[in-house]
Write a protein that binds this ligand. Sequence first.
Ligand code: DAH
Length: 424
Amino acid sequence: MAHCHSERSEESLFVFGAASATLSSRAKLLPWGHDISRPYGVMYLAAMSSVENPTEKTLAELRVRTPESVTSLFAELREKANKEQRRIEKAEQFEQFRVKWVGRKSGILTQVTDNWLKPADAGLKRIVGQALNEFRNHLQSLVEQARQDLDARATQVADTRERVDLSLPGVIRPIGSRHLIRQVFQEIEDIFFSIGFSVVEGPEIETPYYNFEALNIPEFHPVRDDMDTFYIDLPKGAPVPLLLRTHTSPMQIRTMEKHKPPVRVIVPGKVYRRDNPDATHSFMFHQVEGLAVDTDITFCDFTGTIEYFVKQFFGPSVKTRFRPSYFPFTEPSVEFDASCPFCGGTGTAAAGGTCSKCKGAAWIELFGAGMVDPAVYGFVNYDAKKVSGFAFGIGIDRLAMLKYGIDDIQVFFQNDVRFLRQFP
Ligand code: DAH
């Protein structure tokens, strides 16, 4: 037997499912040669075929009759299992291995029990049982070892993937900043906060009533020409038309409807008009509306408030003036100007020549305003005989352009970071 062993190549004796081995090489591998009574001719071929799947045969069929042959048979099987176990790299291979060897239904361990142990001759039964026990333990440890190896390998892969390289440069998260328009809103809000105004906001989609009628702009009033604007497509039978508000003034009405005087509010927000875009026009821009109504507000309170605002916003040396104007919802109405902050109200640039900002006029137009027209109070159930007040509507984009020397309104909406970064 020992001699037989030494002659065997490293290749396993049992060829599970493989059909490529040649007749002569298999002949050399037979371990139980001495069990074969006639090692030639028919008997020889019969033994050969039994080698293919020996665990499907009984020991008698395999002609294994001595304890040594049994030991040798199990040793072959163990070697085969060892070899297959070493090749396991993936979870699927592990599962195949497990099912093939210890699978309950038709695993090799079960076959060995059914085909080798159960029908074994009384003389061999004990030795087969013992070898089978050892083999079972061995298989179990092979399976366990393979499972641990796979786990370790998975952990290693995950560790490599998740490893933190502290020498790498950090992730730089670009920090954004508020848009210049937002910053100007904030500046204006702060100024009006400081003199007792509060901020309210309102809908960008309005009804013609709030956008026009309640502001004393009836349907065929000529000022609508400027403002007849974006209407919303509504389903048939909608109760009222809707439009994008053309100014923040509708919030005057909404505020007075809700609150009894005194009222002191500013309303920052977006407004929309059908304007063709150019350096000073956009179909969407920004306003801050202002409204102060109380029992004893005078024209002096009005101009004083505006002057305070303009000095806070442009600087203490800037002067204000107003000119008569017209708005349907104020009476009297005015247009406020500021002395040009760039040339100090001289009309002449510091380096000589005409100031490019005010074009030599020394004054810059700021915004419209006025004392609230008593007709407006009629729409909000205020008693026009008891209350008075003023209102103003500041174009924010224009003010921001003036203050920060921007010559094209479009840059506010193009979101070019090269522009935005200039106002961190
Ligand atoms: N709503 C006006 C516009 O968009 C601006 C305006 C003028 C608002 C005078 C006012 C005001 O509150 O009193 O053209």
